[in-house]
Design a protein. Sequence first.
Length: 149
Amino acid sequence: MAVPASPKPALPWPDQAGILAAIAAGGLVGGLARHVAQQLWPSTLGSVDWAIVVVNILGSALLGVLMGLVETRREGHRLVRPFLGVGVCGGFTTFSASMLDTEQLMATGRLAAAGGHLALTLLGSLVVLTLAVVITERVVALGTQPGGL
């Protein structure tokens, strides 16, 4: 007895092509911006890559502003968050390069620099993201009040 053919499974995200394209386009923009930052502020192997530190902290601030806007203003195009958040900010920032820089500092015996680099990147990014969300939400709330911004 023949086994009936199963229907071809549908893609798990058939309506996601626009979102995937927005993420890819944003990633291209963010990755290119990070590359430009590294070209403008080059580093040497085994030293602190200040361009990456600044990029990660700045990218966290930009993501915080975006999320503050998304959380307070529910309207907007459905591709803004994937393009700017996942794409641009995700392509711009780089956790892996920061960890590589930290490891290279440790490998060259610069333990204090490695610890400072790690703390500055992680804590700096978290602090500016949190501040950006809070400040953005408050500014948006002021702008929605009568007589506000």
